[in-house]
Design a binder for this molecule. Structure first.
Ligand code: NAG
Ligand code: NAG
Ligand code: NAG
Ligand code: NAG
Ligand code: NAG
Length: 314
């Protein structure tokens, strides 16, 4: 297996080709493309980008997973709804700085640069240690100037540092959409979305039906989940201004790995990595119980629950 470390450089001169920078030395290698079997690893070997088959599926998808844990945990998928049937997938970059995934010459998936004011020049494709796959011009380090980044197109997983919500300037809606099943990453019916009402609110949706409501942000917490507070596992924020409106979390003092996953069963989970077990553990989930379901007891209804609420929240 051929492993491509850290970044691929795509000089956009005549024929685009890939320059591979290996982490252990800084020599550059010229390649034409990334094929099935080759992967790109982030500088600190935290994440890996390449082709994989989920669960019992034989189909091939291009995605990102944790590199440094023994359980293959996929956090992002490129060609979610358009799998490749064999190992013929090839990833290249074209002269306008877009990643293009093809099989036997036909297009499977591609990126769309939305930073129109930026001209692609000596394009670099880099997998960051945050798990963000970015396309940028060589030397560019300002995230606002990236040509494209996978963090803007979440699959079912929210990682630390990812924004969940809207870029109001471009109309980009970053939402989590569940996989159809553990064998099929194509977008299912269930998603978590920020609705732009007069008070922006997160909902878990199933199709057009609201399943769970987080309630408006009051500056300290979401009114529907009042026990959601900063803690030792994660700290979070809700930013809302004229340009952007989003939820974001980062590791807390305990600095454990955690991720939020939207599941097709209409439940959103926060998993934490437990080093002793070498496994993921469910830290919290929402809705917590039956009474949390949106509209269950009518607009002014009262739902009784015998369960005491957990103080930990998503
Ligand atoms: C995979 O096979 C299915 C069924 O034969 C076909 O419809 C689909 O286009 C194929 N996918 C690709 C990417 O070739
Ligand atoms: C690849 O494409 C060519 C031309 O369209 C076609 O003749 C050939 O059967 C294809 N091969 C596979 C493996 O799909
Ligand atoms: C590069 O790929 C993107 C996405 O497929 C496409 O929109 C664009 O036209 C391509 N650019 C060139 C020069 O082929
Ligand atoms: C959804 O959650 C159920 C129950 O925990 C689990 O069995 C299933 O694998 C999850 N689905 C996905 C796509 O992760
Ligand atoms: C959580 O902590 C972060 C960093 O210390 C802070 O910026 C943020 O406002 C806090 N969030 C809440 C909801 O208190």
């Amino acid at each position: 297996m051929h492993i491509l470390y850290f970044m691929i450089l795509f000089p956009c001169i005549l024929v685009p080709s890939l320059k591979i920078s290996l982490a252990d030395d800084n020599s550059m290698y010229l390649l034409q493309s990334m094929r099935d079997g080759e992967t790109l690893i982030s500088k600190g070997t935290k994440f890996e980008f390449g082709f994989f088959s989920p669960g019992s599926s034989q189909k091939r998808y291009l995605g990102i997973w944790y590199k440094n844990i023994p359980i293959k945990t996929v956090v992002w998928v490129a060609n979610r709804a358009n799998p490749i049937n064999d190992s013929s997938g090839i990833l290249t970059v074209n002269s306008t700085g877009n990643l293009v995934l093809t099989t036997n010459g036909s297009l499977v998936w591609s990126t769309t640069n939305n930073n129109f004011h930026k001209q692609a020049q000596n394009t670099v494709v880099e997998l960051l240690d945050s798990g963000n796959l970015v396309i940028r011009n060589e030397g560019e380090t300002n995230p606002e100037e990236y040509l494209w980044q996978s963090f803007d197109y979440p699959s079912d997983t929210l990682l630390p540092g990812m924004k969940l919500g809207w870029d109001l300037r471009t109309g980009l809606d970053r939402r989590l959409t569940a996989w159809k099943s553990p064998d099929d990453p194509s977008p299912g019916e269930v998603y978590r979305d920020l609705k732009l009402y007069s008070y922006h609110e997160f909902y878990i949706m199933k199709g057009t039906k609201k399943v769970f409501r987080f309630g408006p942000w009051n500056g300290l917490y979401f009114s529907g989940v009042p026990d959601l507070r900063n803690n030792s596992v994660f700290v979070f924020n809700f930013i809302s201004n004229k340009d952007e409106s989003y939820y974001i979390f980062n590791p807390g003092n305990d600095v454990v790995m955690s991720r939020i996953v939207m599941n097709e069963s209409s439940t959103i989970y926060r998993y934490v990595w437990v080093e002793e077990d070498q496994n993921w553990r469910i830290y919290t989930s929402l809705p917590k119980d039956f009474c949390d379901t949106y509209g269950l007891c009518g607009a002014y209804g009262n739902c009784m629950t015998t369960q005491t609420l957990n103080s930990k929240e998503l």
